[in-house]
Design a binder for this molecule. Structure first.
Ligand code: F0G
Length: 385
């Protein structure tokens, strides 16, 4: 019974769009919130105050499954025969898995050339997806897939799809459940296309409206330094949701600036290597609802945090570690207090982007130089581990 065994569908009352006899599931959302005291020390929080929500434990290895079961359910309700996405790996593996589970839908995935980790590509191929490599990066692939999906009438499952975000709300329901509905002080999440942050804002806003919680935690969205559009717009240019009257001028001028200068997203955290987040406006709304802040962190801090997470008995991909690196930064700034209860979302599995991890830990100088040398990850910090 999918309603009982899915960490998404057991909350189906809060996802009323989904018709009960069409639910698609492969057992997503059996994920855990765990206290991480070693990592808490690293972040600068009191013992017991840091929790990690390990979404990498999903069937295809990332939080995407929470949203994909919902999007593919909706696609099935619409009788879609094909579903498409652009991806740096996780979305494509997830879509391919859910399409194969329906036995009735073909996954079509768009990836930037050389921009997908092999583990993820191998999942998509095994699950039977049609894989299209395009010249360019994720931002280019996103533009192309939107055009193609529109022209050919293919169901699009990137996080522009509102049903995906509905499914991703359940990550927050499970966090609250694990905390016995004691609302934490902070939710910290990496920001790429800004689907999670948008979904989390909606989740808490609705729970408060339903009277199920009496206060809303604060949100911290963490960009990677080389892919920091949200940070630039919110923290430097003061862009706000403003009840939906977003001032588009700074956004347009920033995009123009990127185009003029030929600026491409660039970070070791491949999953958040995104310059044009499709959920920018929804995320601004979430930041308003959750009294949120945005920070950026660099490759060094991401890899250092990732190694601490691993040594603390967890594991995640580089993009996910941005949440812990960001929490540490906010602690140092005094925005987060040592006594605050903080939940960091680990969005993807340890086995994604293994080259970066091996290069970080290796004593093979050549490998280190080749993979991380040009990224400003210093040997000193690397050797100090
Ligand atoms: N963390 C992981 C592990 C991801 O795979 C992604 C996005 C994000 C964070 C960013 O999440 O969009 O909700 O802000 N991955 C996309 C993909 C790009 O293709 O798998 P967001």
């Amino acid at each position: 019974n999918p309603v009982r065994f899915s960490g998404v569908w057991r909350f189906h009352e809060l996802l009323p769009f989904a018709s009960q006899n069409e639910l698609v599931t492969v057992g997503e959302g059996q994920t855990l919130l765990q206290q991480a005291n070693e990592v808490a020390k690293y972040v600068g929080l009191n013992e017991g105050q840091l929790h990690l929500q390990y979404e990498g434990m999903n069937p295809s290895g990332s939080f995407k499954d929470n949203g994909m079961c919902a999007a593919v359910t909706h696609a099935k309700m619409m009788n879609a025969k094909r579903a498409a996405c652009a991806s740096t790996g996780n979305t494509s593996a997830s879509l391919a898995l859910y399409c194969s589970a329906t036995q009735a839908m073909k996954a079509v995935i768009f990836i930037g050339s050389g921009k997908i980790s092999y583990g993820k590509l191998s999942q998509a191929l095994d699950y039977g997806a049609l894989t299209i490599q395009i010249a360019g990066d994720f931002d280019d692939a996103m533009i192309r897939v939107r055009q193609v999906a529109q022209e050919l009438g293919i169901y699009l499952v990137n996080s522009v799809n509102p049903f995906r975000l509905e499914g991703q709300k359940t990550v927050m329901y499970r966090v609250l459940e694990a905390l016995r509905w004691e609302v934490p002080d902070w939710i910290v999440v990496p920001g790429g296309n800004l689907g999670n942050s948008s979904a989390f804002g909606k989740a808490f806003h609705e729970l408060k409206q339903h009277g199920l919680i009496d206060r809303i935690p604060r949100l911290a969205v963490i960009n990677a330094g080389g892919a920091d559009t949200l940070y630039e717009l919110v923290e430097r240019r003061g862009v706000r949701w403003n009840g939906g009257n977003v001032n588009m001028e700074p956004i347009v001028s920033y995009n123009d600036h990127m185009d003029r200068e030929g600026i491409r997203a660039d970070t070791i955290a491949s999953a958040i290597e995104i310059n044009r987040p499709v959920n920018l406006k929804k995320c601004l709304r979430a930041l308003e609802w959750m009294d949120g802040v945005v920070r950026q962190t660099d490759d060094q801090e991401i890899l250092d945090a990732k190694a601490k997470i691993g040594a603390g008995g967890f594991g995640c991909e580089p993009a996910s570690a941005a949440s812990v690196a960001g929490a540490r930064l906010l602690r140092r700034e005094g925005v987060i207090a040592p006594s605050d209860k903080v939940v960091c979302i680990l969005t993807g599995h340890e086995l994604k982007d293994p080259t970066a991890t091996v290069a970080y830990h290796t004593t093979d100088q050549e490998l280190f130089n080749k993979t991380l040398g040009s990224r400003g990850v210093t040997k000193a910090s690397h050797a100090n581990r």
